[in-house]
Design a protein around this ligand. Sequence first.
Ligand code: FMN
Length: 203
Amino acid sequence: MGVIDDFSYIQRPKVPRLSSIPDDPLAAPKGRDDAPAGGLATPALRSALGRFATGVTIVTCVDAASGRRVGLTANSFSALSLEPPLVLWSLRRSSPSLAPFEAASHFAVNVLAETQVELSRRFARPPSDAPGFGKFDEGLWSAGLGGAPVLAGCAAVFECVRQAVHDGGDHRLFIGRVLRLADLAIAPLVFQGGHYHMLGEVL
Ligand SMILES: Cc1cc2nc3c(=O)[nH]c(=O)nc-3n(C[C@H](O)[C@H](O)[C@H](O)COP(=O)(O)O)c2cc1C
């Protein structure tokens, strides 16, 4: 896969310490590194999990309390069921986005194209009111089902009604029933080993 990030394969150490890499989605908040995870060292768990290549999504909803748009970069997205059509993703419990997502009737999963890497970085940061730094200050957004923001130019979009929310350790697991989808022949963005990639050759 072609790397579209700050480090090339050659520059990267053989076993990168993912928590030191800016794009690491599993990076612990400062001062909480190295806590044992059920007998496993957390950095080892992070490193092994980072071997798994995923797509990248921006999951969105509307905050019912304020009417504001909410969204974050998430690679925990996965298919769950075809009949009925269910998908899932998980959200860190400490996220400021948790309350809005738990209250929202709908969410949208925007599967990013490889050209949308900067949007992925923008939505992987905490919310900001500073001019130009708001998450929705970039990209062409429209209101989808239940008001959940839908991004133009994505590889795919799944608009969902929330079906269930479950506990999952330090995350909450959201299950949605897909009501509407878009599927475009656009190359998706890939995330692996703490870096963004472009899709490689078909084997
Ligand atoms: C590639 C990538 C994937 C991520 N996946 C998730 C995820 O699935 N769930 C999650 O809670 N955070 C995930 N994150 C981290 C969030 O995007 C980040 O914590 C963001 O600040 C959350 O937004 P919030 O602060 O508004 O809650 C990911 C980050 C990156 C770079």
